[in-house]
Design a protein around this ligand. Structure first.
Ligand SMILES: *[C@@H]1O[C@H](CO)[C@@H](O)[C@H](O)[C@H]1NC(C)=O
Ligand SMILES: *[C@@H]1O[C@H](CO)[C@@H](O)[C@H](O)[C@H]1NC(C)=O
Ligand SMILES: *[C@@H]1O[C@H](CO)[C@@H](O)[C@H](O)[C@H]1NC(C)=O
Ligand SMILES: *[C@@H]1O[C@H](CO)[C@@H](O)[C@H](O)[C@H]1NC(C)=O
Ligand SMILES: *[C@@H]1O[C@H](CO)[C@@H](O)[C@H](O)[C@H]1NC(C)=O
Ligand SMILES: *[C@@H]1O[C@H](CO)[C@@H](O)[C@H](O)[C@H]1NC(C)=O
Ligand SMILES: *[C@@H]1O[C@H](CO)[C@@H](O)[C@H](O)[C@H]1NC(C)=O
Ligand SMILES: *[C@@H]1O[C@H](CO)[C@@H](O)[C@H](O)[C@H]1NC(C)=O
Ligand SMILES: *[C@@H]1O[C@H](CO)[C@@H](O)[C@H](O)[C@H]1NC(C)=O
Ligand SMILES: *[C@@H]1O[C@H](CO)[C@@H](O)[C@H](O)[C@H]1NC(C)=O
Ligand SMILES: *[C@@H]1O[C@H](CO)[C@@H](O)[C@H](O)[C@H]1NC(C)=O
Length: 869
């Protein structure tokens, strides 16, 4: 064990870490790509770069390195706190979790998480939630919101953090992520798209003293067409920050993978903001710098983060003085960070943090991570949870509710129905709604998964609260075992609540270390047995499921008394009234599954199973390629229990009178990209060592991370600059590149986003009840092309307003050039495989309910066509 420990330590710490790869299957390469591209070359960021570079040109070395890293774990009010440069009016920046609301705070809204937002298929709600989240983070004084999450994408149904993102499809993730970013940033908060990239399982994700983090081995086409897609959309929306993932890709840690950061993110996608590490994901100093990392979070080393050591801060100052890191690399990082700050207008009286992630109390240590810390006021209990925000949350919870099955019109309930309600999930955690730190337990109504992506509930409007405030005639049995005293009576409606949870790896809940290793895809707490027992005694049983993702229903799905099944996803704080509105038919359900529900876990590709313990670096090879979730089920002709996009209503809709109009004519290869614009010019001269000297009589806080060096150390580093050279990684160069053909502006070559076809469709409510319908648009590539593509792929969607019976609405959806292209690995470009070919543009209510086909060759649309899958 000890020798393994030493070997691992040296592979992590040595400069060789950047090209040392262990056990990676043949063919997966982590090619070098240097140098890190300077930011500032797109016109939409040039003014912010102008302002930022003026400041940077005037900062000392210690001020610059101070801005690129956190001051240490638990060394401030937020989960991440950068160093400041107060002489230039640059404050410490507060970085705070998480994607569904302000973590570890009070008077905040616990919004429904991403998976629930995805299930609404509602772009307006996606954006509205982003605005509301932005307002809450701003109100608490947070500069950088650590969300949205679009990775994991949901490749592994058991993956622990899939619920933080929007669903198992890159386009759904893309819209969910980019609309969130646009909302959050519209109020001046920097959003962070994460986790870049391939972070599809929780276990073994981190590099430690004994083991390197898991390697996601992903081929180039799959990376572009699936996992990178939502990041491209986020960058296109102008996201200010990207967080790199813990894991490796092709054997090279994401935090120092030059191909990922320098090439794909900064050059090809044209990302202009800054790249931060996930917490303690940085595993080296100089190599991560050269590979394009701009900010180290929370600043400490990854191995033993409690001793006040950093790969950057003072070591970064040293690396500049001794000539290892070119000065323009540091200047570019600082300029990127300050440009994002200017881009969001944070130089204009932005509030300082007024809460503490470390305590619920008003006062406490200012630096809880220090052994001895001054104390003071750390929480002003600022109220940011407005009733408008609660309404956004409630509408999302409601419009996400997905009706899977509804026999005999058993739903909606009549006002006077006599209800027998079963399952602990129906009522609040009896120990208190926030009794488990980071929601690390499955007790009571499941509103969110656990981990850093959780928030404290300001309240929990439980389903039982909902029945109560409706004045429902209900009896509640707060148990997960069927009670003997429920007295089944003819005319009773039984409602059973079950759930399935998952979360982040640092907490294990009921033997599930983040990923659902023991629960598998089954309901927790013997939920299947409870449903079966209830179904044996009652003739009208409605099952309501709060779940993080796919869940098996087979144990009871076909029982004759199970008349209705609703997936209520994860409702956040708004579980009760939102559900009541649907159960009692104030509104029709309008959610759709953001993933497939299988009949058996073995229906998934074997390669999408969780990877278990392996000596050395665990290897996770994405050999299923593009075939995840519905792409796989369709290809293998496996009928799922419920297909991706499925969701019933209390009314019925038709999709008719569609038109397709070609807009921008296609060419096989997109038009040539625009050249990069000018970037700031940075000096290459190494600054004087005195810029890094400790100031006289400075009162140091023990374990706090500073950017200064002892005079002797700084002088020695400066003296070394001319005498020794750093062993740069293979392929290293410091000459800025023009950028790849697939790049051009934020998101890539702008021509990729040209609209190739506009499609309009008339959606008509043909029933009597009112309701909202979703039009999902899937593209089917032409037959006869020489590249294998999934049968259908989601490319756009739109949702109607509430339509009364007989009412119609025309929805507009579109297909871009990128939507009809494939990533050509040889050409390293997006290529339209058949310009004249007849693409099928399918529109309908679900991936398996597509009866309307528009052809790109004929530019006509046909109704009543057999669904392609
Ligand atoms: C991973 O390896 C594949 C196969 O060689 C390659 O095409 C791809 O670009 C590599 N990805 C990264 C991020 O290095
Ligand atoms: C640089 O700093 C000096 C003194 O701190 C100040 O007078 C000057 O205005 C600054 N220049 C810029 C461009 O910020
Ligand atoms: C770095 O930031 C810390 C925290 O704000 C501050 O105390 C220190 O003075 C800063 N160092 C420099 C060089 O400005
Ligand atoms: C805001 O949160 C507090 C608890 O933190 C709660 O008491 C209050 O009801 C919430 N307000 C709204 C409008 O939701
Ligand atoms: C310069 O300092 C960095 C950071 O401590 C170190 O990794 C590197 O090896 C040093 N380079 C030389 C040439 O001494
Ligand atoms: C907390 O936020 C409020 C509202 O944004 C702001 O007015 C106040 O100054 C902040 N408190 C502190 C201590 O920064
Ligand atoms: C929420 O939904 C109601 C309809 O039930 C609508 O009147 C209201 O405007 C919606 N609010 C938001 C913020 O979406
Ligand atoms: C309810 O629906 C099922 C399946 O649609 C049918 O078999 C059953 O007879 C119906 N029950 C009643 C009471 O109508
Ligand atoms: C509920 O009321 C409806 C009329 O609104 C009636 O037909 C039905 O029998 C009642 N059901 C129960 C369980 O009382
Ligand atoms: C609830 O339903 C039961 C059974 O139908 C009925 O006997 C009782 O009167 C109802 N209670 C109320 C308050 O309506
Ligand atoms: C749809 O087209 C038909 C003719 O094909 C026309 O009669 C009808 O009015 C159209 N409906 C709508 C809602 O535009």
């Amino acid at each position: 064990m000890l020798s393994l420990l030493i070997v691992t330590l040296s592979t992590c710490a040595a400069s060789a870490a950047i090209d040392k790869r262990l056990d990676v299957p043949a063919g997966y390469v982590a090619a070098p790509y240097y140098p890190a591209p300077h930011g500032g070359w797109t016109s939409d960021w040039s003014e912010s770069y102008r302002k930022a570079s003026l400041i940077v040109s005037n900062l000392t070395l210690a001020e610059k390195t101070n801005i690129t890293a956190g001051s240490g774990i638990f060394m401030g009010r937020c989960v991440g706190n950068t160093g400041s440069a107060l002489r230039a009016d640059i404050p410490q920046l507060c970085l705070q979790d998480g994607p569904l609301g302000v973590r570890n705070s009070d008077h905040n809204t616990a919004f429904p998480p991403g998976i629930t937002v995805g299930a609404t298929f509602d772009k307006d709600l996606m954006h509205a939630r982003g605005v509301a989240i932005g307002e809450e983070f701003r109100g608490k004084g947070v500069n950088v919101h650590l969300g949205p999450s679009v990775g994991p994408l949901g490749r592994k149904p058991r993956g622990g953090r899939n619920w933080e993102g929007f669903g198992a499809d890159p386009v759904l993730q893309g819209f969910g992520g980019s609309l969130t970013i646009e909302g959050v940033q519209s109020v001046g908060v920097i959003a962070t798209i994460k986790h870049f990239i391939g972070n599809e399982q929780e276990q073994y994700r981190m590099y430690s003293l004994v083991q390197p983090g898991i390697s996601s081995n992903i081929d180039d086409r799959t990376l572009h067409e699936l996992y990178l897609w939502p990041f491209a959309e986020g960058v296109r929306s102008g996201v200010g920050a990207v967080m790199v993932a813990y894991n490796a890709v092709n054997g090279s840690a994401c935090s120092q993978n030059s191909y990922l950061i320098n090439n794909l993110l900064k050059d090809e996608l044209g990302f202009q903001g800054f790249v931060m590490s996930d917490w303690l994901a940085q595993i080296s100093g100089v190599p991560s710098t050269l590979a394009g990392l701009d900010m180290s979070m929370p600043g400490d080393i990854n191995t033993i983060p409690l001793l006040g050591n950093s790969y950057w801060m003072y070591e970064y100052s040293r690396a500049i003085l001794n000539g290892s890191v070119p000065v323009d690399r540091l200047d570019d990082s600082v300029t990127r960070i300050l440009a994002a700050w200017f881009q969001m207008g944070q130089d204009q009286s932005y509030p300082e943090p007024n809460f503490s992630t470390n305590t619920q109390d008003a006062e406490g240590p200012l630096y809880p991570g220090a052994l001895v810390s001054p104390t003071g006021v750390v929480n002003e209990f600022v109220v940011v949870n407005t009733s408008e925000h609660a309404e956004v949350a409630r509408n999302i919870s409601r419009d996400a509710i997905t009706l899977l099955k509804n026999n005999n019109g058993s739903l909606p309930l009549t006002r006077n129905a006599t209800l027998k309600v079963f399952g602990t999930d129906a009522e609040k955690n009896p120990d208190g709604i926030n009794s488990c730190s980071d929601q690390g337990c499955d007790k009571g109504t499941l509103g969110m998964g656990w981990g850093s992506g959780s928030a404290r509930y300001p309240y929990m409007d439980s389903p039982i609260d909902g029945f109560k405030s409706r004045g429902a005639n209900y009896t509640f049995f707060n148990t997960d075992s069927f009670p003997s005293n429920s007295n089944p009576t003819t005319g009773d409606t039984a409602i059973v609540f079950i759930n399935a949870d998952s979360g982040e790896n640092y907490i294990t809940v009921e033997n599930n270390p983040g990923d659902r290793t023991s629960a598998n895809l089954n309901a927790w707490h013997n939920g299947d047995q409870l449903v079966k027992d209830v179904a044996a005694k009652y003739t009208n049983v409605i099952v309501i499921i709060h779940t993080v993702g796919p869940i098996l229903l087979e144990a009871w799905h076909d029982l004759p008394s199970v008349s209705a099944i609703l997936i209520a996803h994860l409702p956040g704080q708004e579980a009760g009234d939102a559900l009541m509105q649907v159960l009692y038919g104030d509104v029709s359900p309008s959610g759709h599954l953001p993933y497939t529900i299988p009949k058996s876990e073995s229906d998934y590709p074997a390669s999408a199973s969780l990877v278990g313990f392996e000596l050395g670096q665990p290897q996770d090879t994405f050999s299923e390629g593009l075939y995840i979730d519905y792409r796989h089920f369709n290809k293998e002709a496996i009928t799922p229990r419920y297909a991706f996009g499925h969701g019933l209503s209390y009314t019925t809709f038709t999709y008719t009178n569609a038109t397709i109009t070609s807009v921008t004519p296609l060419t096989a290869i997109p038009p040539t990209r625009p050249a990069k614009g000018a970037t700031p010019s940075y000096s290459t001269a190494i600054p004087p060592a005195s810029e890094a000297y400790w100031p006289a009589n400075f009162n140091r806080i023990w374990r706090y991370l500073y950017s200064w060096l002892e005079k002797a150390d700084a002088d020695a580093a400066a003296a070394a600059a001319n005498t020794s050279t750093y062993p740069y990684p293979a392929g290293y160069s410091n000459v800025q590149k023009a950028g790849p053909a697939a790049g051009g502006v934020q998101g890539g070559n702008p021509a990729l986003f040209d609209i190739a076809y506009n499609i309009s469709v008339v959606v008509t409510n043909t029933g009597r009840r009112s309701g909202k319908a979703v039009a999902q648009l899937y593209v089917q590539y032409p037959t006869g092309i020489d590249v294998d593509t999934p049968i259908i792929q989601l490319r756009d969607f739109a949702k109607t307003a509430e339509l009364a019976g007989g009412e119609s609405q025309t929805l507009e959806v579109r297909v871009t050039r990128k939507d009809v292209s494939v990533w050509d690995v040889g050409r390293q470009n997006w290529v339209v495989p058949s310009v004249e070919g007849d693409y099928g543009v399918w529109v309908g209510a679900a991936s398996d309910a597509l009866a309307l086909r528009c052809g790109t060759a004929s530019e006509t649309c046909e109704e009543g066509v057999a669904s392609p899958v």
